[in-house]
Design a protein around this ligand. Structure first.
Ligand SMILES: *[C@@H]1O[C@H](CO)[C@@H](O)[C@H](O)[C@H]1NC(C)=O
Ligand SMILES: *[C@@H]1O[C@H](CO)[C@@H](O)[C@H](O)[C@H]1NC(C)=O
Length: 213
C-alpha cells in the first residue's frame, strides 16, 4: 500500500513537472536568471552544428521561434539610444548594415553613422564624422539627405572610400560584435569622444550609446 502510494505520488510529481515544463508563460524570475543568456548562447552555437540532423519540420519550428526572437530583440536593441538629451530631437534612423554611435555634449546630440565591413556610404563624408541635432540646428538633424532623420545609408561595396577610416567597423568586428563586448563598446565610445574633442566640441559626454541597424 505504502509502495503504491509512493508510486501515485511520484506520478503526480511527474505530471506536475511536465505541465510546468509545458507552460510557455515565463515568470519574470525566469527572465532574470543571469545564466539564461549564457545557456541560450551556448545552445544556439551547438544548434548551428546540429542543424544538418534536423527534419524539415524541426527546422521550420526553430526558424519560427528564432525569427520571432530576432525581430523582438532587434526592435528592443534599436531603442537603446532613446530618451537622450536634448529631448526635442527626434530619434535618428539607424542605417542597415551599419550602426549609429551617439553622444550628447553640451546639449548637442551628435551621432556618428558607421558602416559594416563590405559596405560604404553613398555620399562622400570623409571629413564629416558626425551629424548634429541641437538648438543651433533648430532641433533638426543636419544630414546630407533632405529633411527627416536619415543620416546615412550603407550600400554593398568592394572598397570603402566615402567615409573616414573610423566610420567603418573592422572586418572581424561587426556592430553587434562591438556592442556585445563591454570593453569594445566602451573603447568605441571613448574614441568618439576624442574625435569630438579634436573637432573642438568639449564637455562632459552624456547618454552615450551604440545601436546596430
Ligand atoms: C512572438 O512570440 C510572442 C510570445 O510568444 C507572441 O506573442 C507573438 O505573437 C509572436 N510574434 C510573431 C510575429 O510570431
Ligand atoms: C572583448 O574584446 C576584447 C578585445 O578584443 C577581448 O580581449 C575580450 O576577450 C572580449 N571579451 C569577450 C567577453 O568576448
Amino acid at each position: 500500500m505504502a509502495f503504491q502510494g509512493t508510486l501515485v505520488w511520484l506520478y503526480s510529481l511527474a505530471v506536475l513537472s511536465f505541465s510546468v515544463a509545458q507552460d510557455d508563460s515565463s515568470s519574470p524570475n525566469d527572465c532574470l536568471k543571469t545564466d539564461l543568456v549564457e545557456e541560450l548562447s551556448a545552445k544556439l552555437k551547438l544548434a548551428v552544428q546540429c542543424s544538418d540532423a534536423w527534419s524539415p519540420e524541426q527546422t521550420a519550428t526553430i526558424l519560427q521561434s528564432l525569427t520571432n526572437l530576432t525581430d523582438t530583440l532587434q526592435k528592443q536593441q534599436l531603442k537603446d539610444c532613446q530618451n537622450a538629451e536634448p529631448k526635442n530631437c527626434i530619434e535618428a534612423q539607424v542605417p542597415e548594415n551599419g550602426g549609429l554611435a551617439c553622444v550628447t555634449v553640451d546639449n548637442r546630440r551628435l551621432c556618428k553613422p558607421m558602416c559594416s565591413h563590405g559596405y560604404d556610404f553613398n555620399f562622400l563624408r570623409r571629413s564629416r564624422l558626425f551629424e548634429e541635432c541641437s538648438e543651433q540646428t533648430s532641433y533638426k538633424w543636419q544630414t546630407q539627405y533632405v529633411g527627416g532623420n536619415k543620416l546615412a545609408e550603407c550600400n554593398e561595396a568592394k572598397v570603402q572610400v566615402s567615409g573616414a577610416k573610423t566610420a567603418y567597423f573592422p572586418k572581424d568586428q561587426s556592430c553587434l560584435t562591438t556592442k556585445s563586448n563591454r570593453t569594445l563598446q566602451r573603447r568605441l565610445l571613448e574614441d568618439l569622444t576624442t574625435e569630438l574633442k579634436n573637432l573642438g566640441i568639449q564637455g562632459e559626454p552624456q547618454n552615450p550609446c551604440l545601436v546596430c541597424g
